[in-house]
Design a protein around this ligand. Structure first.
Ligand SMILES: [Zn+2]
Length: 311
């Protein structure tokens, strides 16, 4: 049956069944069966409420849908549209435009663009899950990466100036989910509050715990329903468990590998280098993740819904 999904028409037909969509997403995010988003109880304690298409946790009573703590959570778009768009991205060899998604999936141009953006991000992260979804804290920090402009060729300097303004530096944002031992990085246009906080909203589950330094760009995260703890760095770097040293160590590692490579200043390359470093971090052979291999992940299915379907 699954092998018959070969064309876009097949995919649309296949995902028209709501239960197929729910099963597909559940499989991507919970390869070992559903897990309670509140108390983390495993599959055996989770009860499927067929009429409501939700699970209920027998331990804490929490009811939740398959979309909880995923990139789909705060979207009104139905899963059939999301999955069809994902299928397109994974299977159309020449790439997919928002216009094509708009036509195939039947959404507005604006929605299509939004979906495309989010799916690309999930592909980059190799996960549809938000960080912090196992209840642990997420360290968030931003750093500036850039070369000495005096040593650069003039045209390069002009180009960088265009891209980053006068600073000649790229801003890299990073998040470390301590429980999941997962780092995500992204080159962002600036370190302003709006930019930082919209990334946090996209990547970290609401009600999650966020640790940052005292930079004002992180002020008022509580208003977005996060639990927010800061260390000021003026008088303290660590307060008990509250610190951002995990992500800061990651920055020093990254910068060490970048030393002398001015190429890395360009956003495309910097993103790629940071991704590569994050990949190594996320796949370190520690005692823990030997038990729970991080790669290849079950969520890789997101990257390749087509492969998932073909398997
Ligand atoms: Zn529970």
């Amino acid at each position: 049956m699954k092998n018959e999904v070969k064309t876009l028409t097949d995919a649309i037909r296949y995902f028209a069944d709501e239960q197929v969509c729910i099963d597909t997403v559940a499989q991507m995010r919970w390869p070992n069966g559903p897990q309670c988003p509140k108390c983390n109880s495993g599959e055996i304690r989770q009860h499927w409420l067929a009429t409501q298409k939700r699970w209920q946790c027998r331990d804490c009573g929490k009811q939740y849908s398959v979309k909880v703590n995923t990139i789909f959570e705060d979207s009104a778009l139905k899963l059939d549209k999301w999955l069809t768009a994902m299928w397109m991205l994974a299977n159309c060899k020449n790439g997919v435009s928002s216009y094509e998604i708009q036509r195939a999936v039947g959404v507005t141009q604006k929605s299509a663009w939004f979906m495309l953006h989010r799916i690309r991000e999930a592909m980059k992260n190799k996960s549809i899950r938000k960080l912090g979804s196992t209840g642990g804290p997420v360290e968030v920090d931003e750093t500036f990466v850039g070369g000495n402009p005096k040593k650069m060729h003039r045209t390069r300097r002009a180009k960088l100036q265009l891209a980053y303004g006068r600073e000649h530096k790229a801003v890299l944002m990073g998040m470390l989910d301590r429980d999941a031992r997962e780092i995500r990085t992204k080159v962002i246009p600036n370190a302003k509050r709006e930019t930082l906080q919209s990334e946090i909203l996209r990547q970290i589950q609401g009600t999650g715990t966020v640790y940052t330094d005292g930079w004002q760009g992180y002020d008022n995260l509580e208003a977005q329903q996060f639990v927010h703890e800061t260390v000021t760095h003026l008088d303290e770097y660590v307060r008990g468990n509250v610190h951002t040293q995990g992500i800061e160590n990651f920055w020093s590692l990254l910068k060490r590998t970048l030393t002398g490579t001015y190429v890395a200043v360009e956003p495309f390359h910097l993103d790629a280098y940071a991704d590569e470093q994050a990949f190594r971090f996320n796949n370190r052979a520690t005692k823990d993740n030997r038990k729970r291999p991080v790669f290849p992940r079950a969520e890789m299915a997101v990257t390749m819904p087509g492969e998932y379907l073909a398997g």
